[in-house]
Design a protein around this ligand. Structure first.
Ligand code: SF4
Length: 229
């Protein structure tokens, strides 16, 4: 087998020859095109298949379905909620039912089409019984799957919906009212926390709606800043 150091040396020498040739021709710039053979859709589908029947935490006992995520795998905008509720558990999709309909409207209000422009998932993929908050060991068990999803999608912006998602992802005990209203750095993305649509349904006053609208506009601006050009 060829010595990899020799092969690398030859490749670098050939590249240097090419660059000298370009210089001799008077060229001062070289167009580079990176092509990627990554297929985020196939990667997510493989992750979802691997998660079927997952026994890694006690939420496996209360779920009917592993609710992995839905939307566009190439979206640079990811919405993350807490965990599947009853309806999500039945349908196998995140954010369905009334809260899901409100989320669709909220996204549309800043010109995001839910299926085309977003990918939607939860901190934990299985429904906690009686919709209780997931416990720390359950979050820890499921976290590698969320991180794998994010590594695949590489979102520019993450919208963290509700107390639990925002607190978990930012590693803080501060409530959503304190956390919202600004953008945070999260791994290679920008994270914008806002109210969960289920909370907005329970608190229909203008006060929270206005704050959520401001957060969505902030998320949209961040997305435009990070994805333009
Ligand atoms: S919540 Fe996550 S770690 Fe727990 S059983 Fe479901 S998929 Fe597995």
């Amino acid at each position: 087998m060829e010595d990899p150091r020799l092969a690398l040396g030859e490749a670098l020498a050939a590249a240097a020859d090419t660059l000298r040739h370009h210089r001799d021709l008077g060229l001062t710039e070289i167009a580079c095109q990176m092509t990627s053979s990554r297929d985020p859709g196939a990667e997510l589908a493989a992750q979802e298949r691997a998660l079927q029947g997952c026994p890694r935490c006690k939420l496996s006992k209360s779920r009917s379905t592993v609710v992995f995520g839905s939307g566009n795998p190439r979206a640079r905008f990811v919405v993350i909620g807490e965990g599947p509720g009853e309806e999500e558990d039945k349908q196998g999709k995140p954010f369905v039912g009334r809260a899901g309909q409100l989320l669709t409207k909220m996204l549309a209000s800043v010109k995001f089409d839910r299926e085309r422009d977003c990918y939607i998932c939860n901190v934990v993929k299985c429904r906690p019984e009686r919709n209780r908050n997931p416990e720390p060991d359950e979050v820890a068990a499921c976290n590698p799957f969320l991180l794998a999803q994010l590594d695949t999608i590489q979102p520019a912006v993450i919208l963290a919906m509700g107390n639990f998602a925002a607190q978990t992802m930012l590693g803080t005990k501060d409530g959503i009212t304190k956390l919202r209203g600004r953008a945070y750095s999260y791994r290679d993305s920008v994270l914008v926390p806002t109210f969960h649509p289920a909370f907005l349904l329970r608190n229909p006053g203008d006060q929270y709606k206005r704050m959520a609208w401001d957060d969505l506009k902030l998320a949209r601006r961040e997305w435009e800043r990070l994805t333009s050009g």
